[in-house]
Design a protein around this ligand. Structure first.
Ligand SMILES: [Zn+2]
Length: 398
């Protein structure tokens, strides 16, 4: 019998040794497919393209069984290592030192994939039946443009007739130690650029011009005049940040004709895209009218960046409850169910099935000397194995 991939460290080393910096696959998905073959997965490798973006390799692997369908989602691409000489170990060497494995992607998120494969292999090896289907949806385009990745892969699989009852996304979610935090939702993200049209003129004759810099400052101040909200039961307060103010004006003696400013809002579930855009436009209109003396309000427009990342919250006790119970069973700790942080591919998956996120400790992700404690790999593997058994048992009991 072929040996099953029960060792998360061996699985992870094989993945780290493929330098799969987005958009290169560098053999990472082949290495993963090779691990999955003895577990009776059927692997598909769709490549997606879009003009102006690099082609991306993706993997959809399914192990079919009778019963509900659990998806594990993740990515094998990694961010660049930066200056390799700044690392104490080869960023693609997977060397072990002081009880930790070093390499780009160790925690974000080849480590999560390695642990999930090991967890399933241990369940299978133990002889316990897995009463349903398990699939892995793995993209090579999470850290890049994210155009030829999860969005297209989900659509492609759904069009083949695939459907899922739940998804576990293995991104690093724990701030300090395994068991700290499960993510059950994410804030939305909305970006835009404000453009103010003024009238160009000589700086010594401002009454003959209309300085758009004054107006853009007033508009930005109006955006931040009062908090957007005070937070909700499940989310922290929404926040708007102005990120650029530009006039592209090289001269100190010329009042420019136009000015622009960009902003981003991370918003909670007290808003929808529509209500938030309306609130922003109302605030800008107030800003455009302020400090104008006898002049009419400043002329402005907003370019909204598409697509907008929608806010979501997973209310699925069978999923979040099982995962939290597995974390507690293995670590003795009570994980916080959180919606903090940036966006993730969960925002795409939530359109197909309930999704939660739980993975390794994120401390060193994207940093020089990214590494994972071997003990953490064992802990996460134990949690995932417990979760696989617990989730299927819960579905069967319903
Ligand atoms: Zn990641």
């Amino acid at each position: 019998m072929t040996r099953l991939p029960t060792d998360p460290a061996a699985n992870l080393a094989a993945l780290i040794q493929c330098p799969s910096v987005t958009p290169d696959d560098a053999g990472a998905l082949d290495a993963l497919s090779a691990m999955l073959a003895p577990l009776d997965f059927v692997c598909d490798r769709p490549v997606f393209s879009e003009p102006g973006t690099p082609d991306i390799d993706n993997l959809y692997a399914r192990r079919s069984g009778n019963g509900p369908h659990l998806m594990f989602a993740g990515h094998t691409d990694v961010v660049p290592p930066g200056d390799p000489d700044a690392w104490t170990h080869d960023p693609f060497g997977a060397s072990v030192s002081g009880g930790a494995m070093y390499g780009r992607g160790a925690v974000d998120m080849k480590g999560g994939i390695a642990c999930f494969v090991a967890a399933l292999a241990r369940v299978v090896e133990s002889g316990r039946p897995v009463p349903g289907s398990v699939s892995l949806l793995i993209t090579g385009d999470e850290e890049g443009p994210a155009i030829n990745g999860s969005v297209k892969l989900l659509k492609w699989a759904a069009e083949k007739g695939e459907s899922w009852d739940a998804c576990l996304l293995g991104e690093p979610t724990n701030p300090d130690a395994i068991g700290d935090m499960i993510k059950i939702g994410r804030r939305g993200s909305l970006s835009g650029t404000i453009i103010v049209e003024g009238t160009q003129g000589h700086v010594a004759y401002p009454h003959l011009a209309d300085n758009p810099v004054r107006s853009i400052v007033a508009l930005c101040a109006a955006l931040k005049a009062t908090p957007l909200d005070a937070g909700t039961d499940d989310f922290q307060p929404s926040n708007l940040e102005v990120t650029t103010i530009d006039t592209a004006n090289p001269a100190v003696n010329v009042i420019p004709a136009r000015a622009s400013a960009s902003f981003n809002v991370r918003f909670n579930d007290s808003w929808t895209e529509e209500t938030l855009k309306a609130e922003i436009m109302a605030r800008l209109a107030r800003g455009a009218a302020s400090g104008r003396d006898d002049r009419p309000p400043a002329r402005f427009g907003v370019d909204w960046k598409e697509p907008v990342s929608q806010v979501f919250l997973t209310r699925n006790e069978a999923l979040t409850g099982a995962l939290a119970a597995s974390v507690t069973a293995v670590t003795g700790r009570d994980p916080v169910l959180s919606t903090s942080g940036g966006t993730s591919d969960a925002r795409f998956i939530k359109d197909y099935c309930p999704v939660v996120e739980f993975g390794l400790v994120g401390k060193t992700m994207h940093m020089v000397d990214e590494h994972v404690a071997l003990a953490d790999l064992e802990t996460l593997t134990a949690i995932y194995a417990d979760f696989i058994i617990r989730w299927f048992a819960g579905k069967a009991g319903r």
